[in-house]
Ligand binder design. Structure first.
Ligand code: AMP
Ligand code: FE
Ligand code: FE
Ligand code: ZN
Length: 282
């Protein structure tokens, strides 16, 4: 594992047990402090459920925890994720929308269980829920349940054989449209940023002008799976269409193939300052 260098002080893309991360929000904060970080953003999938605990754990320590969320969005071409930074965790409209998405996640998990059952793999919904400590159930929790039952040897095998897009137990779920996700973030006082555009795919990068028209404010340029050439291209795009640059590791914890170790990427403090200004929080 790549060791984070001392100069890395910012990580704006972190998951906890509130969604599919391995560590609780308090554990994430503890790890960030050990690694000498000054600013982190917790952006769990479709939930703000971990933010209060993380902020409480960081209280008085000098570590800033930016409230955030990562919202999955519908596109016929593939997965799109929008990050919302500095959203108000109490905002009723955003809470309602996220709750609806989590309900849809649960409903999807039920259908995945059915499909797996038809394929001869008995699994209870409760087993999946047991692997999710938070309230946002995702395919990683299904993968863990399959692993626990011995139906697969690794999490990756579960995705490759059953759960990945186009595989037999893949069930799409109801999602927001890009304009709805961006609007929900803006209405909650947040700054909407397109997550890992180049990692999502060419369609995501090409969609940037359209999303900017809906109120998108930034691009997650610095990301573990972005090549140097992709970073260059996204930086240019940010300049051309006047978007903020953000970055983070997409840390999920040990055992996840997604993301990179907490704090292992250099994200300039300048990105945070611009983000704060965009949220009206200088
Ligand atoms: P969901 O939100 O339920 O659609 O699950 C998405 C999460 O599953 C991502 O954030 C990853 O953590 C994980 N994931 C998705 N696709 C794969 C894959 N092909 N291999 C491994 N993990 C994946
Ligand atoms: Fe994830
Ligand atoms: Fe993502
Ligand atoms: Zn993420």
């Amino acid at each position: 594992m790549q060791q984070p260098s001392f100069s890395n002080r910012v990580d704006l893309h972190i998951h906890s047990t509130a969604s599919d991360g391995v560590f609780t929000p308090s554990e994430v904060v503890c790890l960030a402090q050990q690694r000498g970080l000054s600013v982190i953003a917790l952006v769990d999938h479709d939930t703000l459920g971990g933010v209060a605990e993380a902020q409480q754990a960081a209280l008085g320590s000098g570590l800033e925890v930016i409230p955030g969320v990562e919202i999955s969005v519908e596109s016929d071409q593939g997965d799109l994720h929008f990050l919302g930074y500095y959203v108000d965790p109490q905002n009723g409209l955003l809470q309602d929308r996220l709750q609806a998405m989590r309900d849809a996640r649960l409903e999807r998990a039920r259908r995945v269980v059915e499909r797996l059952g038809e394929m001869g793999m008995a699994l209870e919904l409760a087993e999946i829920q047991a692997h999710s400590r938070g309230d946002s159930i995702g395919r990683p929790h299904v993968a863990q349940a399959l692993l626990h039952r011995g139906y697969v040897q690794t999490i990756q095998e579960a995705f490759d054989r059953f759960l990945g897009r186009g595989r037999p137990a893949y069930v799409p779920r109801v999602r927001l449209l890009p304009q709805e996700a961006i609007r929900a973030i803006l209405d909650a006082g947040g700054v909407p940023v397109l997550a890992h555009p180049a990692h999502s795919g060419e369609f995501a990068v090409r969609g940037v002008p359209e999303f900017t028209g809906y109120g998108l404010r930034g691009l997650e340029v610095i990301y573990p799976h972005h090549s140097a050439a992709e970073v260059e291209r996204l930086l240019r795009l940010c300049q051309e269409v006047d978007l903020l640059v953000t970055g983070g590791t997409d840390f999920h914890g040990p055992g996840s193939k997604e993301g990179a170790p907490l704090g292992s990427l250099h994200v300039p403090m300048d990105c945070v300052e611009r983000l704060r200004a965009a949220a009206g929080r200088q």
